[in-house]
Design a protein around this ligand. Structure first.
Ligand SMILES: [Zn+2]
Length: 329
């Protein structure tokens, strides 16, 4: 595959901004879903066609490595120039069905952070809201239990997307039990059952692993660690890790903090906790690029949102200048 001309022109700039060795800068991209076709209820996630040119751009600009290897080489000053990693959070089935064949066709390794509590038929609360609102009958509905009052359910999915985002904002910070009850009340209004195949099966995780992809920990039930006691947080991190290890028969080396904003979603004490649970490196959702001086248990991630290759590539180059502090404390 020959990268487009504009991307070929950017490669020397990437080499200049991200040299190897002790001046290395590691770019780590973050994805969640890769949709088979565009979905107006999920405008933030790329479809297969967009994901393909994004991966072609990344492989034209960078040398893509598995995360555990890249994190270790960043620490011992042996990272090559233009190093990058590709990561996916949560464990969506489309990671296996849609993203994997594209990654394989381009020869790119990637790392998949799987929240084990949703494997084999589960669904995260935000997806329950999106999938229930997608299915609601149009017309007036009482959404008082979500704090939204009486609402007109629009026919257009673009408008339903806005309604779903509003509902997610309303319940996001409620205690787990109360949030689950409110989301269940919304699900009960859906005239059709919600899908059971949104997240990966254990067999799909094993297939990613067998395909040479890296599987990482992402807790069991995807809680906001900052809201848990230390014992609860450790139990969540360990349960996710041990479930994956017994499923795959080898050690799980890398971890992603759920939601991933330092100080907000995880606290300072969770960083040594993740290390003591037996991981080698961890990623947050702080934007930027990581240097050897950055905490290897709080590596930065970034994905451009552009919908054409040249601005997408330029934004990846600009990200190489963003050496944000850990903000970890
Ligand atoms: Zn997540």
């Amino acid at each position: 595959m020959t990268p487009p001309f504009a991307v070929r022109m950017m490669r020397p700039v990437a080499a200049l901004l991200a040299p190897g060795g002790n001046r290395a800068r590691l770019s780590i991209l973050i994805y969640h879903r890769v949709l088979p076709v565009p979905d107006p209820m999920l405008p933030g996630d790329p479809d297969a066609a967009r994901f393909r040119w994004q991966m072609e751009t990344v492989s034209g600009l960078f040398r893509v490595l598995p995360l555990a290897e890249a994190a270790a080489r960043l620490q011992n000053d042996t990272l090559p120039p233009r190093a990058a990693c590709i990561t996916f959070d949560d464990g969506y089935a489309d990671n296996h069905d849609v993203a994997l064949p594209i990654l394989q066709s381009l020869g790119l390794p990637a790392t998949f952070f799987v929240a084990t509590g949703f494997l084999d038929g589960g669904m995260m609360f935000n997806d329950r809201i999106i999938e229930a609102i997608r299915r609601l009958s149009p017309g007036l509905q009482d959404l008082g239990f979500l704090g939204l009052g009486m609402r007109e359910i629009p026919v257009e999915m673009e408008a339903r997307h806005a309604l779903a985002m509003e509902a997610i904002r309303r319940v996001k910070h409620l205690p787990g039990e109360e949030r689950a009850q409110r989301v269940a009340a919304l699900e009960a209004q859906s005239p059709a059952p919600l899908p059971r195949d949104l997240m990966m099966t254990s067999a799909q995780v094993r297939a990613l692993d067998a395909a040479g992809m890296e599987i990482g920990g992402h807790t069991h039930s995807h809680p906001i660690l900052a809201r848990l006691t230390d014992d609860q947080a450790r139990a969540e991190i360990l349960q996710g890790k041990e479930t994956l290890e017994s499923m795959l028969g080898h050690r799980i080396r890398v971890f992603a903090y759920p939601n991933g904003k330092p100080g907000k979603d995880y606290r300072r004490e969770h960083v040594p906790m993740v290390r003591d649970c037996g991981f080698d490196a961890a990623v947050s959702t702080v934007w930027g690029v990581s240097t050897a001086s950055r905490d290897p248990f709080q590596l930065a991630r970034f994905t451009p949102w552009d919908i054409t290759p040249t601005p997408f590539g330029l934004r990846l180059l600009r990200n190489l200048l963003r050496t944000t502090p850990d903000q970890a404390r």
